[in-house]
Design a protein around this ligand. Structure first.
Ligand code: PLP
Length: 380
C-alpha cells in the first residue's frame, strides 16, 4: 500500500534529504563535520531571524523544553505557564519536576491566551522569572500571540519569555529578535522536515544572564557547555551527525527558497484545506487557527478516531486524532513537512470517502473542488 504521512509530526521527509543523510557517518570532532556545523549555526540564525546562539541537542523537542526549565531557573523560583493544551500542560509538569513554583494561566482549549491576562499575572507575580508558552499549541491548533507577549515580558528585566515553537518555527513568520522572544525551542520532526531526534534552542543575551545564575540540576542538557562547544563549531557531546547533515541540507534549501516563500507555501496548503473543511460542511476546532495544521471537529455521532483509522488502515494515509479529552472529537491534518498541495487534495478526498463510509453524507468532490479552486486562485 502506498503510504502518506500527513500528521503533525513526525513528518514526511524529502527522499533527497534522506539520501544526503545516508552518506557514511563522519566523526563528530573532524574538520569536515565542524565545517558543516559552522554553516548550520549561520543558517539556523537565518531560520530563527536572530543573532542569538542556537544550541543543538540530540533529543526530541521535549528535551529542548526541559533544557529551558532546568537551565534558566532554580528550585523555588516562580514561573508563569500558559496552559491551553497538552503542550502547555507539559511546561507546568516540567516546573513541578524541577521544583519551580508555577502560576498557570488556564486557557480554554482551542483559544489563544489574552495578552492582558499575562500582563496582569506578571503584575501580580513580579518575581516570576519566566513566562512559558507555546507559539502554536499542536493539540488544539491555536496560535498564542507571542509577538504581544514579547512586548509585555520585554519590559521586565527579571523575566524571560520562553517559547515552545516546535510546531511553529519555519511554518509562519516569527521574528525572534524583533519580537523579543528570549528562548525559542524547535524540533527536527516538524517544519524542519527531518526525522525526529534534534532539538534546537535559541538563547538571547538576557536569557544567558539567567542561565549563568540558575542552580537547577542538569547534566546533558547544559546551555553553558553547549554555548562553549558551539563557539568552536562542535557540540559538547557526540553530535547526531547524520541528522545534522540532514539539517544542513534542509537549511540550505530554506535559504535558497527564502523564508517568505516557505511561509507562503504553508499558507497555501492551510488555506486550501480550510476552504475544503467549510465546503464539506465541517467545522474547524481552533478559534485562533494557524497555518501549521487544520484541526477538524468530528461530526456529531462520529468518532474522530474511526476517521483516523479508516484513513490509516484502509487508505494508507496517516493523519492524527485528538489528544487527551479531544480524543475522538477532532482529527488533525498537518501542513508542514515534505508536502504539496496535491497531498492536501489526497487527504481531503480520503476524508470525504471516510465520512460517507461512517454515515455522514458529504458530496464526493465537494471538499476537493473547494481546495482546487483555492489553490488555483492563490498560486505562489
Ligand atoms: C508544541 C509542541 N511542543 C512539544 C512537543 C513535544 O515534542 P517531542 O514529541 O518532539 O518531544 C510537540 C510535539 O508534538 C509539540 O507539537
Amino acid at each position: 500500500m502506498k503510504r502518506y504521512l500527513i500528521a503533525p509530526g513526525p513528518v514526511a521527509v524529502d527522499p533527497h534529504v534522506m539520501a544526503v543523510m545516508s552518506q557514511p557517518v563522519m566523526h563528530h570532532r573532524s574538520p569536515q563535520f565542524s565545517k558543516i556545523l559552522s554553516q548550520v549555526r549561520k543558517d539556523l540564525k537565518y531560520l530563527y531571524q536572530t543573532n542569538n546562539d542556537c544550541l543543538i541537542f540530540a533529543s526530541s523537542g521535549t528535551g529542548g523544553m526541559e533544557a529551558c526549565v532546568s537551565n534558566l531557573l532554580s528550585p523555588g523560583d516562580k514561573a508563569i505557564c500558559i496552559v491551553g493544551g497538552k503542550f502547555g500542560e507539559r511546561w507546568a509538569e516540567m516546573c513541578d519536576a524541577f521544583g519551580v513554583e508555577h502560576v498557570d494561566i488556564n486557557v480554554e482549549w482551542g483559544h489563544a491566551v489574552d495578552p492582558a491576562q499575562v500582563a496582569d499575572a506578571l503584575d501580580e507575580h513580579p518575581d516570576a522569572k519566566a513566562v512559558f508558552v507555546q507559539a502554536h499549541e499542536t493539540s488544539t491548533g491555536a496560535m498564542h500571540p507571542v509577538e504581544e507577549l514579547g512586548k509585555i515580558v520585554g519590559q521586565r528585566d527579571g523575566t524571560v519569555l520562553v517559547v515552545d515553537a516546535i510546531s511553529a518555527l519555519g511554518v509562519y513568520d516569527m521574528k525572534v529578535d524583533e519580537w523579543g522572544l528570549d528562548v525559542v525551542v524547535t524540533g527536527s520532526q516538524k517544519s524542519l522536515s527531518l526525522p525526529p531526534g534534534l532539538a534546537v534552542v535559541s538563547v538571547s543575551d538576557k536569557a544567558w544572564k539567567f542561565a549563568e545564575k540558575a542552580k537547577n540540576s542538569h547534566y546533558y542538557f547544559n546551555f553553558l557547555k553547549e554555548r562553549k562547544a558551539m563557539a568552536k563549531d562542535t557540540t559538547a557531546y557526540t553530535s547526531a551527525v547524520s541528522l545534522i547533515i540532514g539539517l544542513a541540507e534542509v537549511l540550505k534549501q530554506i535559504r535558497e527558497r527564502g523564508l517568505e516563500n516557505l511561509f507562503a507555501h504553508h499558507r497555501l496548503l492551510s488555506g486550501g484545506t480550510k476552504a475544503a473543511v467549510e465546503a464539506m460542511g465541517l467545522e474547524q476546532f481552533s478559534k485562533a487557527p494557524s497555518d501549521a495544521l487544520t484541526i477538524i471537529k468530528a461530526p456529531e455521532g462520529i468518532n474522530g478516531q474511526d476517521i483516523v483509522k479508516i484513513l490509516r488502515e484502509d487508505y494508507g494515509i496517516t493523519i492524527a486524532g485528538g489528544q487527551a479529552h479531544l480524543k475522538g472529537k477532532v482529527f488533525r491534518i498537518a501542513h508542514y513537512g515534505y508536502l504539496s498541495q496535491w497531498d492536501m487534495i489526497i487527504v481531503i478526498a480520503a476524508i470525504e470517502r471516510a465520512l460517507n463510509e461512517l454515515g455522514f453524507k458529504v458530496e464526493l468532490g465537494s471538499g476537493v473542488a473547494a481546495a482546487q479552486r483555492y489553490f488555483a486562485e492563490h498560486k505562489i
